[in-house]
Design a protein around this ligand. Structure first.
Ligand code: HEC
Ligand code: HEC
Length: 247
């Protein structure tokens, strides 16, 4: 798929309508990144990789209805934003891999890691990190919506590589909310995290720091003490307590 950036320049005339009732098609009609002489079955294989990497199905990018026979899809048509974006992504991936080829001693390496859609997407169509997703949802729609979104995503994706459900994610989301002045949302997100990590000393440290940002020293002291109670080796919480209590 590499040496064909020029392919985009040979624009064919008005697009021929794809004969309906035929899948896989006999030839490629409107490809601008994939070389036009690529075997159609190879293209279909590539397309199946797209669907897997993004966690979607063909109609996400192509004109056609879910459940309809593929023969009735119009795969050549450029109508959906997602297809146009995907084409840009294909070009981006080519560029990245070209750049990887220029790494020092690359040619002598016995194994090469090629970047694919899945390197970033990992089963998600818009590969936003979970902390950003939760922070933005809490900011625009409130902490309850963010909590619902978190639970639904966890239900669907836990154990997959799509989202990081480890403890730091919601701590970071809460910290960013606090930095934006959204303290109620930040504490709500920490409570959500506490449901899953009730013994976390680190989480209590975040609560202390967010209370400090808010100017609530009493609550901060309580949180840092709790952090030390949970883990007596928590140096950050101990340091904060020394700073606050003995200024
Ligand atoms: C993430 C978006 C995306 C998904 C999902 C996707 N495709 Fe595509 N498909 C594209 C893009 C982009 C092109 C055009 C590539 C180019 O310009 O070189 C394309 C081209 C094609 C073509 C060639 C059309 C032509 O011009 O002749 C076929 C056939 C096709 N896709 C089939 C499928 C099938 C079958 C599925 C589901 C298994 C699928 N696609 C899923 C983005 C997608
Ligand atoms: C280097 C990381 C990376 C790679 C590799 C990558 N993508 Fe993306 N993709 C992104 C990011 C980041 C976004 C979100 C951009 C935004 O919305 O701001 C995105 C968005 C998209 C979207 C739009 C999603 C939406 O809902 O708006 C599509 C479609 C897409 N990618 C398809 C692909 C396909 C197909 C490939 C492989 C050919 C691919 N991507 C490879 C990072 C990547």
């Amino acid at each position: 798929m590499s040496k064909n950036l020029l392919a985009g320049l040979c624009v064919s005339g008005p697009l021929a309508a794809q004969a309906p009732g035929h899948f896989p098609p006999d030839s490629l009609i409107n490809v601008k990144v994939i070389p036009k002489n690529t075997p159609v079955m190879q293209v279909v294989g590539m397309m199946r990789n797209f669907t897997g990497a993004l966690g979607v199905r063909c109609p996400y990018c192509h004109v056609g209805q879910e459940g309809q026979p593929l023969a009735q899809f119009d795969f050549a048509k450029d109508e959906k934003r997602t297809k146009l974006t995907a084409r840009q992504m294909m070009r981006m991936v080519e560029e990245i891999n070209r750049r990887l080829d220029t790494l020092p001693e690359h040619a002598q390496m016995t194994s090469h890691v090629e970047v694919t859609c899945n390197t970033c997407h990992r089963g998600v169509s818009r590969p936003m990190s979970l902390e950003q997703l939760i922070q933005e949802t809490a900011q625009t729609s409130g902490a309850d919506s963010a909590a619902r979104a978190y639970r639904a995503l966890r239900e669907r994706y836990y154990g997959r590589a799509a989202y990081d459900f480890g403890e730091p994610t919601l701590d970071i989301a809460a910290f960013r909310l606090a930095r934006g002045g959204k303290f109620a949302e930040a504490f709500a997100i920490l409570r959500l995290n506490e449901e899953q990590f009730p013994a976390s000393s680190n989480l209590a440290t975040f609560r202390g720091n967010i209370n400090l940002m808010k100017g609530d020293t009493t609550a901060a002291i309580a949180a840092f003490r709790e952090a030390v109670r949970r883990d007596s080796t928590n140096g950050e919480a101990q340091g904060r307590l020394r700073q606050i209590i003995r200024p």
